[in-house]
Design a protein around this ligand. Structure first.
Ligand code: ZN
Length: 278
Protein backbone atom coordinates (compact mmCIF):
# COMPACT_ATOMS: atom_id res chain seq x y z
CA UNK A 1 0.00 0.00 0.00
CA UNK A 2 1.34 3.42 -0.96
CA UNK A 3 0.78 6.51 1.14
CA UNK A 4 1.79 10.15 1.02
CA UNK A 5 3.39 11.77 4.02
CA UNK A 6 5.99 14.26 5.14
CA UNK A 7 9.55 13.61 6.33
CA UNK A 8 9.76 15.13 9.80
CA UNK A 9 13.09 13.74 10.97
CA UNK A 10 16.23 12.22 9.54
CA UNK A 11 19.09 10.41 11.21
CA UNK A 12 21.57 8.88 8.78
CA UNK A 13 19.57 6.79 6.33
CA UNK A 14 16.45 6.64 8.50
CA UNK A 15 13.60 8.96 7.66
CA UNK A 16 10.62 9.48 9.93
CA UNK A 17 7.62 9.98 7.68
CA UNK A 18 4.42 11.39 9.13
CA UNK A 19 1.51 9.86 7.22
CA UNK A 20 -2.09 10.06 8.45
CA UNK A 21 -0.89 11.15 11.86
CA UNK A 22 1.43 8.17 12.29
CA UNK A 23 5.21 8.37 12.14
CA UNK A 24 6.88 5.55 10.19
CA UNK A 25 10.63 5.03 9.91
CA UNK A 26 11.53 4.54 6.26
CA UNK A 27 14.66 3.96 4.21
CA UNK A 28 15.43 5.76 0.99
CA UNK A 29 15.73 3.62 -2.11
CA UNK A 30 18.99 3.38 -4.00
CA UNK A 31 17.45 5.10 -6.98
CA UNK A 32 17.69 8.45 -5.21
CA UNK A 33 21.44 8.07 -4.95
CA UNK A 34 21.58 7.37 -8.68
CA UNK A 35 19.42 10.40 -9.38
CA UNK A 36 21.61 12.49 -7.08
CA UNK A 37 18.64 13.45 -4.93
CA UNK A 38 18.71 13.19 -1.15
CA UNK A 39 15.39 13.13 0.66
CA UNK A 40 15.16 16.12 2.99
CA UNK A 41 13.26 16.88 6.15
CA UNK A 42 10.19 18.75 4.95
CA UNK A 43 9.76 16.68 1.77
CA UNK A 44 6.36 15.34 0.85
CA UNK A 45 6.97 11.75 -0.15
CA UNK A 46 5.13 8.69 -1.34
CA UNK A 47 6.07 5.66 0.69
CA UNK A 48 5.65 1.93 0.39
CA UNK A 49 3.85 1.69 3.71
CA UNK A 50 4.29 -2.06 4.23
CA UNK A 51 7.98 -2.27 3.31
CA UNK A 52 8.85 1.12 4.79
CA UNK A 53 10.56 2.59 1.76
CA UNK A 54 10.44 6.06 0.27
CA UNK A 55 9.28 5.59 -3.31
CA UNK A 56 9.03 9.11 -4.59
CA UNK A 57 9.84 12.68 -3.56
CA UNK A 58 7.26 15.28 -4.57
CA UNK A 59 8.36 18.53 -6.15
CA UNK A 60 9.78 20.99 -3.61
CA UNK A 61 8.55 24.52 -3.14
CA UNK A 62 11.98 25.54 -1.85
CA UNK A 63 15.07 24.06 -0.29
CA UNK A 64 17.15 25.73 2.40
CA UNK A 65 20.82 24.97 2.86
CA UNK A 66 21.08 25.88 6.54
CA UNK A 67 19.11 24.27 7.99
CA UNK A 68 18.70 21.53 5.38
CA UNK A 69 14.91 21.63 5.11
CA UNK A 70 12.57 21.77 2.16
CA UNK A 71 9.11 23.26 1.69
CA UNK A 72 9.54 25.94 4.34
CA UNK A 73 6.59 28.36 4.46
CA UNK A 74 7.56 30.86 7.11
CA UNK A 75 10.66 32.24 8.79
CA UNK A 76 9.89 33.87 12.10
CA UNK A 77 12.48 36.54 12.75
CA UNK A 78 12.79 36.97 16.47
CA UNK A 79 14.51 40.25 17.16
CA UNK A 80 14.99 42.05 20.43
CA UNK A 81 14.87 45.77 21.21
CA UNK A 82 17.16 45.47 24.22
CA UNK A 83 20.08 43.16 25.01
CA UNK A 84 20.74 42.64 22.19
CA UNK A 85 19.80 46.05 20.77
CA UNK A 86 17.48 46.39 17.80
CA UNK A 87 19.52 46.23 14.60
CA UNK A 88 18.08 47.32 11.24
CA UNK A 89 21.20 45.87 9.64
CA UNK A 90 20.53 42.35 10.91
CA UNK A 91 16.80 42.62 10.24
CA UNK A 92 17.30 43.81 6.65
CA UNK A 93 19.90 41.12 6.06
CA UNK A 94 17.55 38.40 7.29
CA UNK A 95 14.59 39.76 5.33
CA UNK A 96 16.62 39.83 2.11
CA UNK A 97 17.97 36.30 2.52
CA UNK A 98 14.59 34.90 3.53
CA UNK A 99 12.82 36.58 0.59
CA UNK A 100 15.47 35.19 -1.74
CA UNK A 101 14.66 31.69 -0.50
CA UNK A 102 10.95 32.13 -1.31
CA UNK A 103 10.00 31.92 2.35
CA UNK A 104 7.58 34.35 4.00
CA UNK A 105 9.28 36.38 6.74
CA UNK A 106 7.31 37.36 9.84
CA UNK A 107 8.83 39.67 12.45
CA UNK A 108 8.47 39.23 16.19
CA UNK A 109 9.85 42.05 18.33
CA UNK A 110 10.78 40.73 21.76
CA UNK A 111 11.47 42.52 25.06
CA UNK A 112 9.34 45.43 23.85
CA UNK A 113 7.78 45.70 27.31
CA UNK A 114 11.22 46.35 28.79
CA UNK A 115 11.95 49.62 27.00
CA UNK A 116 10.76 53.09 28.05
CA UNK A 117 8.47 55.47 26.13
CA UNK A 118 11.32 57.51 24.66
CA UNK A 119 12.88 54.40 23.17
CA UNK A 120 9.51 53.23 21.90
CA UNK A 121 8.97 56.56 20.15
CA UNK A 122 12.38 56.32 18.60
CA UNK A 123 11.72 52.84 17.21
CA UNK A 124 8.08 53.22 16.14
CA UNK A 125 8.84 54.78 12.72
CA UNK A 126 10.95 51.73 11.88
CA UNK A 127 8.27 49.26 12.90
CA UNK A 128 5.59 51.25 11.05
CA UNK A 129 7.73 51.22 7.96
CA UNK A 130 8.19 47.46 7.91
CA UNK A 131 4.43 47.07 8.32
CA UNK A 132 3.78 49.58 5.53
CA UNK A 133 5.84 47.57 3.03
CA UNK A 134 3.83 44.47 3.87
CA UNK A 135 5.57 42.63 6.67
CA UNK A 136 3.56 41.11 9.50
CA UNK A 137 4.95 42.29 12.82
CA UNK A 138 4.20 41.14 16.36
CA UNK A 139 5.22 42.62 19.68
CA UNK A 140 6.27 40.41 22.59
CA UNK A 141 4.65 37.03 22.98
CA UNK A 142 1.33 37.60 21.32
CA UNK A 143 -1.30 34.83 21.45
CA UNK A 144 -2.05 35.63 17.81
CA UNK A 145 1.40 34.32 16.94
CA UNK A 146 -0.05 30.83 17.25
CA UNK A 147 -1.88 31.38 13.98
CA UNK A 148 1.44 31.98 12.27
CA UNK A 149 2.39 28.33 12.75
CA UNK A 150 -0.93 26.79 11.73
CA UNK A 151 -0.58 24.36 8.79
CA UNK A 152 2.88 25.74 8.03
CA UNK A 153 6.51 24.73 8.27
CA UNK A 154 8.29 27.45 10.20
CA UNK A 155 11.98 28.06 10.82
CA UNK A 156 13.36 30.59 13.26
CA UNK A 157 15.77 33.35 12.45
CA UNK A 158 17.39 36.08 14.47
CA UNK A 159 19.88 36.82 17.21
CA UNK A 160 20.59 34.34 19.92
CA UNK A 161 19.33 35.75 23.18
CA UNK A 162 16.36 37.34 21.43
CA UNK A 163 14.00 35.04 23.30
CA UNK A 164 13.16 32.25 20.87
CA UNK A 165 12.90 29.52 23.49
CA UNK A 166 10.91 31.73 25.86
CA UNK A 167 8.55 32.49 23.02
CA UNK A 168 8.05 28.85 22.13
CA UNK A 169 7.53 27.78 25.70
CA UNK A 170 4.93 30.49 26.25
CA UNK A 171 3.00 29.47 23.16
CA UNK A 172 3.15 25.75 23.81
CA UNK A 173 3.71 24.66 27.40
CA UNK A 174 4.31 21.04 26.37
CA UNK A 175 7.04 21.84 23.88
CA UNK A 176 9.94 22.23 26.27
CA UNK A 177 9.29 18.82 27.74
CA UNK A 178 8.97 17.31 24.30
CA UNK A 179 12.27 18.68 22.98
CA UNK A 180 14.12 17.73 26.14
CA UNK A 181 12.86 14.17 25.94
CA UNK A 182 13.99 13.83 22.36
CA UNK A 183 17.42 15.26 23.14
CA UNK A 184 17.85 12.94 26.09
CA UNK A 185 16.70 9.85 24.21
CA UNK A 186 19.30 10.42 21.54
CA UNK A 187 21.99 11.60 23.90
CA UNK A 188 22.35 14.74 21.88
CA UNK A 189 25.26 16.82 23.01
CA UNK A 190 28.64 18.01 21.95
CA UNK A 191 29.83 14.65 20.75
CA UNK A 192 26.75 13.37 18.96
CA UNK A 193 25.58 13.76 15.41
CA UNK A 194 23.40 16.73 14.65
CA UNK A 195 20.11 16.06 13.00
CA UNK A 196 17.15 18.00 11.82
CA UNK A 197 13.66 17.51 13.10
CA UNK A 198 10.29 19.12 12.62
CA UNK A 199 8.27 19.35 15.81
CA UNK A 200 4.47 19.54 15.90
CA UNK A 201 3.18 22.59 17.72
CA UNK A 202 0.32 25.08 17.37
CA UNK A 203 -1.17 22.92 14.56
CA UNK A 204 1.97 23.29 12.47
CA UNK A 205 5.57 22.11 12.23
CA UNK A 206 8.59 24.03 13.45
CA UNK A 207 12.23 23.29 12.78
CA UNK A 208 14.15 22.36 15.89
CA UNK A 209 17.38 23.98 14.71
CA UNK A 210 18.96 27.38 15.17
CA UNK A 211 17.39 28.36 11.85
CA UNK A 212 19.03 31.00 9.74
CA UNK A 213 21.89 31.29 12.19
CA UNK A 214 24.74 31.46 9.78
CA UNK A 215 23.60 34.52 7.93
CA UNK A 216 25.47 35.20 4.75
CA UNK A 217 24.57 36.28 1.26
CA UNK A 218 26.18 33.07 -0.02
CA UNK A 219 25.04 32.32 -3.53
CA UNK A 220 23.38 35.70 -3.97
CA UNK A 221 24.49 38.26 -6.54
CA UNK A 222 24.18 42.03 -6.06
CA UNK A 223 21.10 41.92 -8.28
CA UNK A 224 19.57 39.22 -6.07
CA UNK A 225 20.10 41.44 -3.03
CA UNK A 226 18.53 44.38 -4.86
CA UNK A 227 15.53 42.37 -6.01
CA UNK A 228 14.80 41.19 -2.48
CA UNK A 229 14.48 44.65 -1.01
CA UNK A 230 10.83 44.24 -1.83
CA UNK A 231 9.76 47.89 -1.77
CA UNK A 232 12.42 48.87 -4.35
CA UNK A 233 10.51 46.78 -6.87
CA UNK A 234 7.55 49.15 -6.67
CA UNK A 235 9.65 51.99 -8.08
CA UNK A 236 12.33 50.43 -10.25
CA UNK A 237 10.24 50.54 -13.43
CA UNK A 238 10.51 54.35 -13.23
CA UNK A 239 14.31 54.30 -13.08
CA UNK A 240 15.90 55.53 -16.29
CA UNK A 241 18.00 52.40 -16.65
CA UNK A 242 16.21 49.12 -16.98
CA UNK A 243 18.76 47.29 -14.84
CA UNK A 244 19.40 50.19 -12.44
CA UNK A 245 21.30 49.20 -9.28
CA UNK A 246 20.11 52.41 -7.59
CA UNK A 247 23.64 53.56 -6.81
CA UNK A 248 24.97 56.40 -9.00
CA UNK A 249 22.73 56.06 -12.04
CA UNK A 250 21.01 59.26 -13.20
CA UNK A 251 17.25 59.56 -12.73
CA UNK A 252 16.97 56.72 -10.29
CA UNK A 253 13.44 56.54 -8.90
CA UNK A 254 14.51 54.47 -5.88
CA UNK A 255 17.02 57.16 -4.84
CA UNK A 256 14.34 59.79 -5.36
CA UNK A 257 12.06 57.84 -3.00
CA UNK A 258 14.85 57.69 -0.40
CA UNK A 259 15.36 61.46 -0.72
CA UNK A 260 11.69 62.23 -0.22
CA UNK A 261 11.49 59.81 2.75
CA UNK A 262 9.18 57.32 1.07
CA UNK A 263 11.87 54.64 1.39
CA UNK A 264 13.45 54.41 4.83
CA UNK A 265 17.02 55.79 4.79
CA UNK A 266 18.36 52.89 6.89
CA UNK A 267 16.95 50.36 4.40
CA UNK A 268 18.80 52.07 1.56
CA UNK A 269 22.01 52.42 3.60
CA UNK A 270 21.90 48.75 4.50
CA UNK A 271 21.31 47.85 0.85
CA UNK A 272 24.47 49.73 -0.15
CA UNK A 273 26.44 48.01 2.63
CA UNK A 274 25.20 44.60 1.53
CA UNK A 275 26.31 45.08 -2.05
CA UNK A 276 29.63 46.41 -0.78
CA UNK A 277 29.30 49.99 -1.95
CA UNK A 278 29.92 51.56 1.43
ZN1 ZN B 1 17.27 53.06 -9.70
Amino acid sequence: MNKDGRIVKQISNDYWVLADGVSIVCKARGKFRNLDITPLVGDIVTIDYDNQYILNIHERKNELIRPRISNVDTALIVTSVQIPEFSTNLLDKLLTIIEYNSVEPIICITKYDLIDETKKQELTPYFDYYKSIGYELYFNIDENLKDVFKDKITVFAGQSGAGKSTLLNMLDKTLNIKTNEVSKALGRGKHTTRYTELISTCDGLIADTPGFSAVTFEGMTDSDIRDNFIEFNEYRHNCEYKDCMHINEPNCEVKRMVDNDTILQSRYDNYLKFIGKR
